[in-house]
Ligand binder design. Sequence first.
Ligand code: FES
Length: 149
Amino acid sequence: MALYSETVMDHFRHPRNVGVLPDANGVGEVGNAKCGDIMKIYLKIQDDTIEDVKFETFGCGSAIASSSMATELIKGKPLQEALQLTNQAVAQALEGLPPHKMHCSVLAEEAIKSAIQDYYERQGIAYDRSQFPDCASCDHGCCHTGEQD
Ligand code: FES
């Protein structure tokens, strides 16, 4: 059996929503401390809905495929729905990732959450902090790159 599904290969070769959103009102950037890969998500949010999303990923093929699929899954969706997106759902939509590549899908979940948190912070909107990763007790191996030394 091939290591990567056809869907992973398709999203790696033809990633959707690549680029920068100049008028983004929520931006999230996370990195994996172990592999050094970085993912940045730009959100344009209007009326609690993700009107547009773009990403820049400096990383492995699985991270690029995960970013591409994750952006497709949240585009046009209400914020609360996007917040529920898990890395498992991203991997499932990609028809699976090899076990040692599951951490790449974690970057996508974390980057989206980080961008939504940024939006709430910028707008001064009160939010439930428990819906967002707690860096102090996080065991995902990721880190918010802006908070690195
Ligand atoms: Fe670093 Fe995939 S190996 S995110």
